[in-house]
Design a protein around this ligand. Structure first.
Ligand SMILES: [Zn+2]
Length: 325
């Protein structure tokens, strides 16, 4: 029987856990609430229990475990440094050693979007691809870069933060401390904020209907639906945001000349409104070589990219996945 590995995708609201093979075949999976306010120790204890439940269910014990975490992590030591979206920020939590003791197997940690990039590279659109970039477009905008088949991590594991490229030097302040980053212009909060503004001034009648006048129900999904059913100003707002994203994608293509750029997350799920404009900007702005052979695709694994990437991390190890020098 093939060796079994464990993958964990630690998110702000939920944790996905899975057992699977090195080929990406999922044997068992489960999802638990993060409830980060209980503290890191308790969250890690519950992750250990969730994996034990999967072990009991399948009769297979994992050879090793990989976990994607939402923030900065010391890859060598398995210690989280700063997870901005979790209560207490998990400063200097030895999450790797704690899980390793609980489960009796080696544990490898990696930033969650770099982990999702590894998932897409190993089991998604990136199979057989040499060089690719991944944009994770949600509340935040994360990124990952693969060069010559390996994740580019850099000395701190923080290379590939595509969401924090400056697009507008005098643009809105960003959580990272800079201004006008991709994230401030294309992250879901930026797009939703424009939807709220348009609805309040009467320029988004379809959107108003869709959310029954309740601005707290506006998400990128409702915005895309409103745009498709006739809200021209909402459509324009989405296409403008996609234009900024297009600049970021074009710059990335100029630097890397990758075979593939993958756009994932809730904002990418707005579909053609985003992709058509991104492809257009890439055609306009990448002039140093023909960019028409660079594929720009939506994520094949979607919300499972993280947990699948964690399985790949567990089965291949960080040295095969990326260089940390
Ligand atoms: Zn930023």
């Amino acid at each position: 029987m093939a060796d079994i590995y464990a993958g964990v995708d630690l998110g702000g609201t939920s944790v996905k856990c899975a057992l699977g093979t090195a080929d990406g075949e999922m044997v068992a999976e489960t999802k638990i609430a993060t409830t980060a306010h209980e503290g890191a120790e308790t969250v890690l204890e519950r992750i250990g229990e969730a994996i034990e439940d999967l072990v009991n269910e399948t009769g297979s014990r994992p050879v090793s475990l990989g976990m994607g975490v939402p923030g900065l992590v010391d890859i060598q030591e398995g210690v989280t440094r700063f997870l901005p979206n979790l209560a207490g920020h998990w400063k200097d939590v030895p999450a790797g050693p704690i899980l390793s003791d609980a489960l009796g197997c080696p544990v490898q940690l990696l930033n969650d979007v770099r982990t999702a990039t590894l998932g897409e590279l190993t089991f998604g659109h990136g199979r057989g691809v040499n060089t690719m970039a991944f944009f994770a477009l949600g509340t935040g905008v994360g990124g990952g870069i693969v060069v010559d088949g390996k994740l580019r991590l850099g000395p701190l594991g923080a290379a590939g933060e595509l969401g924090h490229m400056t697009i507008l030097p005098d643009g809105p302040p960003c959580g990272c401390g800079s201004r006008g980053c991709v994230e401030t212009l294309v992250g879901a909060p930026a797009i939703v904020a424009e939807g709220i503004r348009l609805m309040r001034i009467g320029l988004a009648p379809r959107l108003r209907e869709l959310v029954e006048g309740d601005i707290t129900r506006i998400t990128p999904r409702e915005m895309a639906e409103a745009a498709h059913s006739g809200d021209e100003d909402v459509k324009e707002a989405i296409v403008r945001a996609a234009g900024y994203l297009g600049l970021a994608v074009a710059n990335t293509i100029t630097v890397l000349h990758p075979e593939l750029v993958v756009l994932g997350g809730g904002v990418a799920n707005m579909g053609d409104l985003i992709f058509d404009r991104v492809r257009e900007v890439v055609q306009e702005d990448v002039r140093m070589f023909p960019a028409d052979e660079v594929r720009i695709e939506s994520s094949l694994l979607e919300e499972k990219a993280g947990v699948m990437g964690a399985l790949a991390l567990a089965s291949r190890g960080i040295d095969a996945a990326g260089k940390s020098d």
